[in-house]
Ligand binder design. Structure first.
Ligand code: SAM
Length: 373
């Protein structure tokens, strides 16, 4: 029980990290490079945001005219509804507004709208944002926010990590274009993987090496374990952007060596010097433990690391499936002979395995792919 509480607290804390301006800028630039008019005449909704802390609203408001936006809407979540509570103080921005309400400030979300020049200075930017308290707490699942979602063309944000699946499905059910941050592990979720397999969603341009740094509003004690002294930020590994917006890197095929060259020259000792790639015992596919060791001339199915998806070009490869959860069984992976269990008790039906020096081994999570003809 104590452990459960601890992991819940950790999960809830993971909901309160704020994206850096330059990460948003770098990511969004990749879509604009691919299509400079991607946002022209469109309405963008930034839910689970908070312009007093967050940079999404700042970034889109500052670029309102450059992007040719029609309307920008951003909503925030009520402090009292947050799963992880901390000493909440409204900012001067809020308290100095004529419609400030000390009670609502705690229990209601806020909505920020930008669609015209309010200050009369001839430009539409951050200064022209107008805000109100929402009717409710700003929960993205509420009727009020669903209605805003339905009006919008794009949903863009870093949603609470603990509600990632729900958030993605919330976008998909409304069939909206989107750009959101999540953990790479989400790829293998049973709700997420089929969308990736069918090329309905994919990974965005990405953070440098999957390492993402976020601002934490409440100081370092709050970010135990992930706080980085050097930068004063919190560091998460394996972060990525999920999207259904096209970007150029997605269409750049991986440059790969032939199987023969890999076996001779691969930089990975697990491949170099072998006679052949390992073949799984219970599925007709080879084990490729590194994305850069995918042989360019192999026509059969290959098991590759999940991180391959960061380099996935749909014109180069097709995705056959994955083996997490029950997916392996659905793909037809043969059950392992029971006598092998004595040699490796961790074996489970529905998982890939191969033999190494007479011992059955199971690889890390794999995605099964095949070269496109
Ligand atoms: C990871 S933070 C990111 C904040 C901001 N979008 C950014 O990137 O800087 C997620 C935010 O969503 C809020 N949140 C948590 N649960 C929510 C819910 N059910 N509906 C709306 N917002 C929620 C959290 O309180 C937190 O402020």
């Amino acid at each position: 029980m104590a452990n459960e509480n601890l992991s819940k607290a950790k999960e809830a804390k993971n909901d309160e990290f704020y994206t850096q301006y330059h990460d948003i800028e770098k990511e969004v630039s990749a879509y604009l490079e691919y299509n400079p008019d991607v946002f022209r005449g469109k309405t963008v909704l930034l839910p689970c945001d908070d312009p007093e802390w967050s940079n999404f609203t700042k970034y889109f408001a500052q670029n309102f005219e450059t992007f040719g936006l029609k309307k920008l809407i951003s909503t925030s979540y009520a402090p009292e509804s947050k799963r992880y509570k901390f000493g909440y103080q409204p900012t001067l921005f809020e308290t100095e507004a004529p419609h400030f309400d000390a009670d609502k400030s705690k229990t209601h979300g806020k909505i920020f709208v930008l669609d015209h020049d309010v200050t009369g200075d001839g430009v539409i930017n951050f200064e022209d944002l107008q805000w109100q308290y929402l009717e409710g707490d700003g929960d993205f699942r509420s009727e009020e926010i669903c209605q805003l979602r339905d009006q919008a063309d794009f949903i863009i944000t870093n949603p609470p990590f603990s509600l990632f699946r729900e958030f993605l499905l919330w976008i998909m059910e409304a069939e909206k274009d989107f750009l959101i941050i999540g953990n790479m592990n989400a790829i293998t979720y049973k709700e997420v993987f089929p969308l990736i397999k069918d090329n309905k969603i994919w990974l965005g341009n990405g953070f440098q090496g999957g390492n993402a740094y976020f601002r934490v509003a409440m100081g370092k004690d709050y970010a135990e374990g992930v706080y980085d002294e050097q930068t004063g930020l919190v560091k998460f590994r394996n972060c990525c952007w999920f999207t259904n917006l096209d970007h150029g890197r997605r269409h750049q095929p991986l440059s790969l060596m032939t199987m023969a060259d890999n076996l001779k020259f691969s930089r990975h000792k697990e491949i170099r010097g072998r006679d052949n790639y390992i073949h799984y015992e219970n599925y007709d596919a080879i084990e490729v433990p590194f994305t850069d060791a995918i042989p360019s001339d192999y026509d059969g199915i290959m098991g590759v690391p999940v991180s391959f998806l960061d380099k996935y070009c749909p014109e180069q490869f097709e995705i056959i499936g994955q083996t997490q959860g029950d997916s392996g069984k659905e793909l037809g992976l043969k059950p392992f002979p029971r006598e092998l269990k004595k040699l490796n008790p961790s074996l489970r039906d529905g998982q890939l395995y191969y033999m190494e020096n007479g011992i059955p081994q199971k690889p890390y999570a794999r995605i099964l792919i095949r070269k496109k003809k």
